[in-house]
Design a protein around this ligand. Sequence first.
Ligand SMILES: Cc1cc2nc3c(=O)[nH]c(=O)nc-3n(C[C@H](O)[C@H](O)[C@H](O)COP(=O)(O)OP(=O)(O)OC[C@H]3O[C@@H](n4cnc5c(N)ncnc54)[C@H](O)[C@@H]3O)c2cc1C
Length: 430
Amino acid sequence: METAKARPIECRLMVIGAGMAGMAAALFAARRGISTVQAGLTGETLYASGLFDLYGVSHGNTRELIDDPWQGLKQLEQNHPEHPLCRVSTHQIRSAIDLVTDFLGDAGHPYTGYPNKNARLITPVGTIKRTFRVPETMWAGVQALEEKAPCLIVDIQGLRGFSAMQILSTLKPSWPDLKSASIDLPWENRLGPKYAEHIARGLEVEAARRELADAIRPHLEQVKYVGLPAILGIHDSEGVRRDLKQMLGRPVFEIPTMPPAISGIRLKEAFENHLPPRGVQSFYHHTVHTIHRRANGRFVLELGRTEPETTVEADNVLLATGRFLGKGLVAERQGIREALMNLPVCQPENRSCWHRQQFLDPKGHAINLAGLEVDDRFRPIDPDGKVVYENLFAAGSILAHQDWIRTKSGTGIAVATAFGAIEAMAGSGC
Ligand SMILES: Cc1cc2nc3c(=O)[nH]c(=O)nc-3n(C[C@H](O)[C@H](O)[C@H](O)COP(=O)(O)OP(=O)(O)OC[C@H]3O[C@@H](n4cnc5c(N)ncnc54)[C@H](O)[C@@H]3O)c2cc1C
C-alpha cells in the first residue's frame, strides 16, 4: 500500500549550511521574523578555536600583520574592492559581529575584545595570534601577554595536543616571567584515557574543579595569572573559569587548543540548542540532496540524513555550503565545481595555476581565492555578470576573492556576508 506523502514545509528562506555562515544567517533571518528552515552538518565549526577573526593579515601579495582591522578594511576596499568584506559597510560588519556575540553571550559563552583593535593572544604552539573577538574565558590571557606578567601555563598529563613546555620554549625569550607545570588529574585517571571532552564535562562538577585547583596550588608562588588549555566545561565555561579563579585567588584563562577543539563543540551546541527556540526550523545533521526551481521561481528541496526524507518549498535560498572542507566546492581533474547547483565558479584558468611553487609562499595560492562570484546583494552571478537567480543568495567561505585562512578572517567573512545577504533579501521583498 502506498503511504501518503507528507506535505512540503513552506518557508520564506531555506538556509543550506550549518557552519558559521549558515548559523549566523539563520540567526539574522529569525531576528527579522523571516520564516526560516536550515539544514547542514556541523561544518568547520567543530575545528574552530572559538576566536572570532575579522581581518588579521593583509590580503594581496604582501603579508602585513594588522592591528586595527577597520583601518585594514579601508585599505582592502581601495586595493581589492572585489573582496567580499568590501560588499558590507563597516557599520553592518559591527552589527553582524555584535548580534552573533550577544547571541552566544545569552547562550552562556560571552565574548569580549577591543572596539577598534585586534587582541593578541597565545596559540597552543606558543605563537601569538591577532583576533577581533575573544571568548571571555580567554581574555585574561590577552592581559597577561600585554603586561608580560608572572604567569603559569598548566598542561594535563596524558592530554594530547597541548604542551605547556612547548608554549614556554617559544615564548620564554620575550616573556621571562612565564613558567610551566604539568599536572595529573586524579579523577580523570579513574575514568581511563584522557580526552578533552571528558575533562571539560567533568570540570562542570564542582568537586572536580576543587581537585584541579588543589593540583595547581603548589605551583602558584609568585604567579599572577594561570593559563590552562581550553577545557573548562562545555555549557558554562565562563562559570567554570570564574570558580577556578576564586579557588586559585588569581585570574585564570584558557588557551585555544588544536582542532577538533572543545571551543568548537561549545559553538556547535550553543547554536544547535538556542537557534530553534528563536524560530529557526532546523534539520541539523541533514543534507540537501536535490534542489530545483519551479517556473514560478520557488525552490523545491529534498533533504534527509542519508536519503531524501523531507521536502521544503522556499521563496529564497541562501547557500552557505563552505569551500572544500564544508563540501560546497569540489576540486576535480577538469576544475572546481559548485557541488549542489553547479553554479559558475570563479577559479584559476587551469589546475597548473592552482598552487605556487612553494607551499608556504607568503602570497598564498590561487586555489584559495576560488568560489562563487556575487553581486552587491550577494546573489551568485555568471561570468558575464548576470545574476543566476534573483532569489538565490550566497555567504561565507564559498565566496570568491578571499583567502580567509591566510588573512585570518574566517568568522568575520562568514558573519558579515551572512548579514549582507539577509539584509539584501529582506530589503528586496522576495
Ligand atoms: C581548523 C580550523 C580552524 C579555524 N579557526 C578559526 C579561528 O580561529 N577563527 C575564525 O574566525 N575562524 C576559524 N575557522 C573558520 C570557521 O570555523 C569557518 O570555517 C568559516 O567561518 C567558514 O564557515 P562557513 O559557514 O562558510 O563554511 P563551513 O564551516 O565549511 O560550513 C559549510 C556548511 O555547509 C554544509 N553543507 C555543504 N553541503 C551541503 C548540502 N548539500 N546540504 C546541506 N548542508 C551542506 C556543511 O554541512 C556545513 O554545515 C577555522 C576553521 C578551521 C577548519
